[in-house]
Ligand binder design. Structure first.
Ligand code: ADP
Ligand code: MG
Length: 147
């Protein structure tokens, strides 16, 4: 799913994420970019819902770098790299195996030291208080591709 949408509420942003979730497969990686408050974590709640996981489980993983949410289907792995220095991400193991049974969603992917193979980007931009622009595309065309 490639998209360019403007949402008018948190619920609408979650609905876009649910739509995307329906198209995802085990091993997919999503790079969620956007400023603080742009709606990245909100988007992850929508992904959770779409994967049959209680969205209330999703919080900002401030101290735990990767949270794992299990539902009936695919596991959702949620990383927030905001506090990391770029060099440290090499130690996280995100570049390695272990997430193939689920979806890996990464906030602040600009902290990554390596491009992740096959990753796709989701960009959230603040339009105004209640409105966000969401662009979803292949990683190859995204702002964080470093290959
Ligand atoms: P981030 O993880 O990018 O820092 P959050 O998802 O934690 O952002 O927070 C987004 C904030 O913006 C929430 O307070 C949410 O209610 C608010 N908001 C307002 N309008 C929208 C919208 N259209 N989509 C997503 N969030 C919105
Ligand atoms: Mg967040």
């Amino acid at each position: 799913m490639v998209a360019d949408r403007v949402t008018a509420s948190e619920d609408e942003t979650q609905a876009v994420a649910r739509e995307l979730a329906a198209t995802l497969h085990a091993g997919d990686v999503l790079l969620l970019s956007g400023d603080l408050g742009a709606g990245k974590t909100t988007f992850v709640r929508g992904l959770a819902e779409g994967l049959g996981i209680d969205p209330a489980e999703v919080s900002s993983p401030t101290f735990t770098l990767v949270h794992e949410y299990r539902g009936n289907g695919l596991t959702l792995y949620h990383a927030d790299l905001y506090r990391l220095e770029r060099a440290a991400t090499a130690d996280l193991g995100l570049e390695e195996t272990g997430f193939e049974d689920g979806i890996l969603a990464i906030e602040w992917p600009d902290r990554l030291s390596h491009a992740l193979a096959g990753a796709r980007w989701v960009r959230l931009e603040v339009v105004n208080e209640d409105s966000r622009r969401i662009t979803i595309g292949p990683a190859e065309a995204g702002p964080y591709d470093r290959t």
